[in-house]
Design a binder for this molecule. Structure first.
Ligand code: ZN
Ligand code: ZN
Ligand code: FE
Length: 763
């Protein structure tokens, strides 16, 4: 009996070899009809013998290509049409009312392509743009959805006859692979010097780049989502030169190595770290650095970890294999600016940094930095979410009745669009201090709109009126005539992000340990015990307020935090480290006496700063999180005692941080070691988190705890807090897919925005 069915599939089904897979499945069963990309996913129109059609439907989800995943599958009966054969049809027209399609993220070169890359008999031998249905660029070349070659930056490279044959052949592994090319028809590698002099094309360009690297030079390399800056990681002088030219004093550089064996020599030992390193996303993985690793000390000064990654593109494979040792591979930008994607901009802004440019003529459509992962207790956790992950949707526990755009925070910014039950986060945009980065934010938001095909009807942003992201959100609303906005408290958003990621239902206890965020009372929050429930939250407790002389200006000056916390604890007068300008010290001392320009803060980040300075580990931070990371690196994890901290009831109860400060200073005076005190400090915070949660459980009988905020990048604290809470019978939710730091804020804001719509809070 003849039967016809229409099958609508959504999930990650575009640009991942899904249509070729469907074609093979249909052909094997002698079925007719077509498959085509739709704005919302893929439509299959299938017709034939009814038993075979049923078999087709059952087999469909079973043997998916590795990058594909199905979120929903809807099947309808239809009247037979008497199709002739089965074909891959051109994409349907987009319909703005449809929910968005998932654009796939970029995937590392697969084993089959890698084998061809180094096979002299293959026609793509050493072709730096080799790719197939299972690997290669995706988001970074996509200009608009649905994902088809004509809407990517590969459109300008018409396929040659040989490539077209592969593209059209259902049994070829490049059947309908949108990004394929070969030496005859694809993009071409070129090199030129910082003065603009040509330095070879194709393999000769690679040879020039390798020669420059061997000579200790700095090479700007056009990678997937932006330029990289590379130099010999074992040459201290090259690394020093890169730091000086990039004006990046101490922030760690990532290192790229050819393979797992080389990664092991740097310190990648654990199975989970190896798996993260080899995953298709190919992120930078932060690992404990092995003593004697053959890389310059200046790569991550003062840190006990190093960021390692494996090659993600054929070009990087060729470079690493040719070079034979580890290479520094860092974002191609000047400090604090977004990574450069445009060739002219690269020539402009990187010519003072790079000696040589290794580039090509395929444009980068979407800026996408390298992602960063840290493995904690065997589980990979994202610290920076970009290449390889964006724009994969995060499934939400609620359905957005209307699309919501979230602007993110001021630092480590990402933006997010939620539509239906999916949230799409932009790749990491970074800090919004410069005009360039604010333009990058706007690009990222426009891109989210293009690839999702939806227009937001509500914009969620941080409560802080002066965050660049808040101002940008306001301007966007004016320009686009979006009338509804919702301001979301920073730490509520941190917790909401964890709730959304874990699809938690109902109210949860939220512990947000963070640097800085404005609170509902105007104070600087950051050590918060909340109960979060949809669009609402209640602050049950927090770290006791301490007046911070200079407020935010003190964020990168741990010695100021130390002075303020010691003062609040009733300890002796200002203890100014030698490196501090006496005039600045005098100003701070004056501010403290008068209690002027000293907003109260409950920030856990500032408490870390204070302790780091009191222990002599760090008085002035060279980048955000510097002091806290060095305090973590210094801590002895075997310490089994901490300091007692009193919880005082007073509206929201407060945890008396002066108890901690007095304990640290007392131990220091008794001559206890820095490692022991740092260890005791971590243990104290973990115990404090547990007692705070115990108290809220008594008050509310809630048993689920969400941990969020940038302080939880700290693996030791996270591990201690998680294990102790679990041991006390709490269900603990910890961010994994989305960073716990401000990179995850936009997801939380979007979630709160959706709930606000749901609860009728924004008319
Ligand atoms: Zn491949
Ligand atoms: Zn070709
Ligand atoms: Fe934050």
């Amino acid at each position: 009996m003849l039967e016809r069915r229409l099958i609508e599939v959504d999930g990650v089904v575009q640009g991942v070899g899904f249509r070729p897979y469907v074609h093979r499945l249909a052909a094997a069963r002698g079925l007719r009809g077509f498959v085509r990309n739709e704005p919302a996913g893929v439509l299959i129109d299938i017709e034939g013998d009814s038993a075979r059609v049923s078999d087709f439907c059952q087999s469909l989800p079973a043997g998916l290509p590795p990058l594909a995943s199905i979120a929903t599958l809807r099947i309808r009966q239809a009247d037979p049409r008497d199709y002739r054969g089965f074909e891959i049809a051109t994409s349907g027209l987009r319909d703005a009312l449809q929910p968005p399609a998932s654009i796939p993220s970029d995937a590392a070169t697969c084993d089959a392509c890698l084998a061809e890359l180094f096979d002299p008999r293959n026609r793509r031998y050493r072709h730096p743009f080799i790719t197939c249905t299972e690997c290669g660029p995706r988001l970074t070349i996509v200009q608009a959805a649905p994902y088809d070659r004509e809407r990517t930056t590969m459109a300008q490279f018409p396929l040659c006859a040989a490539c077209r044959r592969e593209y059209a052949d259902p049994v070829d592994r490049r059947f309908h692979a949108e990004a394929i090319a070969c030496p005859d028809c694809g993009p071409e590698l070129i090199a030129y010097t910082s003065a603009g002099t040509p330095a070879g094309s194709r393999d000769a360009a690679l040879t020039s780049a390798l020669a420059a690297l061997r000579a200790g030079g700095i090479v700007a390399i056009k990678a997937l989502g932006g330029y990289h800056l590379a130099c010999d990681a074992s040459a201290a002088s090259a690394v020093r030169r890169l730091r000086a030219r990039k004006r990046r004093e101490a922030k760690p550089f990532a290192v790229m190595v050819a393979d797992l064996e080389s990664a092991a020599r740097l310190g990648v030992r654990s199975k989970p770290a190896q798996e993260a390193l080899e995953s298709r996303a190919r992120p930078i993985v932060l690992v404990p650095r092995r003593a004697g690793a053959m890389i310059a000390d200046t790569i991550a000064p003062g840190q006990d970890t190093v960021g390692v990654m494996l090659p993600a593109t054929p070009l990087h494979h060729l470079l690493l294999t040719g070079f034979g040792g580890p290479l520094v591979m860092t974002s191609g930008n000047r400090s604090d600016e977004p990574v450069v994607i445009d060739d002219d901009a690269a020539r402009g802004s990187l010519s003072g940094i790079a000696d040589l440019f290794l580039t090509h003529d395929r444009a980068i459509a979407t800026r996408c930095d390298d992602s960063v992962v840290r493995v904690v207790d065997g589980a990979p956790r994202l610290v920076r979410r970009a290449r390889g992950f964006a724009p994969q949707g995060v499934a939400l526990p609620v359905r957005a009745s209307q699309p919501v755009l979230a602007a993110g925070g001021h630092l480590k910014n990402t933006a997010c669009i939620a539509s239906g039950t999916q949230a799409f986060l932009s790749p990491h945009v970074g800090d919004l201090d410069t005009l360039e980065s604010r333009t990058a934010w706007r690009d990222a938001v426009d891109k989210l709109g293009q690839i999702s095909g939806v227009t937001p009807s509500l914009v969620a942003h941080d409560l802080h009126p002066e965050y660049a992201s808040t101002l940008l959100a306001e301007r966007l609303c004016e320009e686009r005539g979006i009338e509804r906005r919702v301001a979301v408290q920073h730490h509520h958003a941190h917790i909401a992000a964890v709730v959304a990621e874990h699809q938690a239902v109902g109210p949860v206890i939220g512990v947000a340990f963070d640097g800085t965020g404005i609170g509902s009372d105007g104070a600087i929050w950051g050590g918060e015990f909340l109960v979060a429930d949809g669009a609402r939250f209640k602050r049950h407790g927090h770290l006791a307020y301490v007046s911070l002389p200079g407020g935010d200006a003190a964020a990168r000056k741990p010695w100021r935090a130390a002075a303020a916390y010691a003062n609040a604890a009733g300890l002796s007068a200002l203890n100014v480290p030698g490196e501090v300008d006496p005039r600045e010290a005098a100003v701070v001392s004056q501010l403290m006496k008068q209690n002027a320009t000293s907003p109260p803060t409950s920030s856990a980040g500032r408490l870390f700063d204070a302790v780091a300075s009191l222990l002599g580990i760090c008085h002035t931070s060279r980048y955000e999180g510097d002091a806290a990371m060095r305090l973590e690196a210094a801590a002895d994890p075997r310490v089994d005692h901490g300091y007692d901290v009193a919880l005082r009831a007073n509206g929201p109860w407060t945890a008396d941080v002066s108890d901690i400060i007095r304990g640290v200073v007392r131990d220091r005076q008794r001559g206890r070691g820095v490692a022991e005190i740092a260890g005791a400090f971590h243990l104290t915070l973990a115990a404090l988190i547990v007692s705070g949660c115990d108290r809220i459980r008594e008050e509310t009988s809630l048993t689920t705890v969400a941990l969020g905020g940038g302080v939880f990048v700290n693996a030791l604290l996270l591990s201690l807090a998680e294990s102790r809470l679990s041991a006390r019978g709490f269900r603990v939710l910890v961010p994994r897919l989305v960073p716990c730091n401000d990179g995850g804020l936009s997801l939380g804001q979007a979630y709160v925005g959706i709930c606000a719509l749901e609860e009728g809070l924004c008319a």
